[in-house]
Design a protein around this ligand. Sequence first.
Ligand SMILES: Nc1ncnc2c1ncn2[C@@H]1O[C@H](COP(=O)(O)OP(=O)(O)O)[C@@H](O)[C@H]1O
Ligand SMILES: O=c1ccn([C@@H]2O[C@H](COP(=O)(O)OP(=O)(O)O)[C@@H](O)[C@H]2O)c(=O)[nH]1
Ligand SMILES: [Mg+2]
Length: 212
Amino acid sequence: MLIPLVQGIRKFAMSAAQKPQIVFVLGAPGSGKGTICKNIVENYKFIHLSAGDLLREEQNTEGSEHGDMIKEYIKLGKIVPVEITCGLLKKAIEKSGASRFLVDGFPRNQNNLDGWEKVMSQCVDVKFVLFLDCSEEVCTERCLNRGAQGSGRTDDNLDSLKKRFNTYSNETMPIIKYYEGKGMVERVDSNRTLPEIFEDIKKIFTPFISQS
Ligand SMILES: Nc1ncnc2c1ncn2[C@@H]1O[C@H](COP(=O)(O)OP(=O)(O)O)[C@@H](O)[C@H]1O
Ligand SMILES: O=c1ccn([C@@H]2O[C@H](COP(=O)(O)OP(=O)(O)O)[C@@H](O)[C@H]2O)c(=O)[nH]1
Ligand SMILES: [Mg+2]
């Protein structure tokens, strides 16, 4: 009787250890989420999943039933219903089969958080939230520059940016606060230069990787 029990425990322990680890990366539009995720991926074994990129890809997929809706939401800086975004993230996580993911730009509101917890909480392990804290002035300038440099995005203009910042303050900040209350937020001042930010990133990710 003892052997099957030990085997059972071992099997359980293994499956818990094998759950993919998730780090959410949040911050205002232009705070540097995509840029910093790229840097992390170059230095640590993570897969970068940008919720915004996945939505833009879906929007451009011929025959997608959600394409028009996503287009409209992005231009207005509104948050797409979680069923769509979480579905895309889940598919990408499962397809990749990797063990660590940076989920960039999600969860952005309560609907995102509720939907994620309902579908994902059993099968992944959210480790912490990397919060890139950056002023609205700096972020606006960076997004306008990104637009001027040919990002091709429909939302890198002043009109959409105002709406995106509203959404960020009213809907995303409460999610960051929620995780802060759980002691799960690593805050980095991303107003600074990239080398300065990367120094802080190293201080967060090197111990995390060696402990996990
Ligand atoms: N620390 C930084 N200093 C200067 N420019 C930056 C910095 N971080 C990002 N950028 C630039 O600002 C723009 C927005 O960065 P991005 O990583 O796309 O932010 P987000 O994904 O948060 O919108 C990009 O053009 C990027 O090259
Ligand atoms: O989980 C998400 C992520 C993005 N978006 C939409 O996609 C836009 C662009 O998001 P992205 O993260 O690419 O912008 P960034 O903050 O990186 O500039 C947002 O304003 C939203 O309209 C969304 O609805 N849900
Ligand atoms: Mg981005």
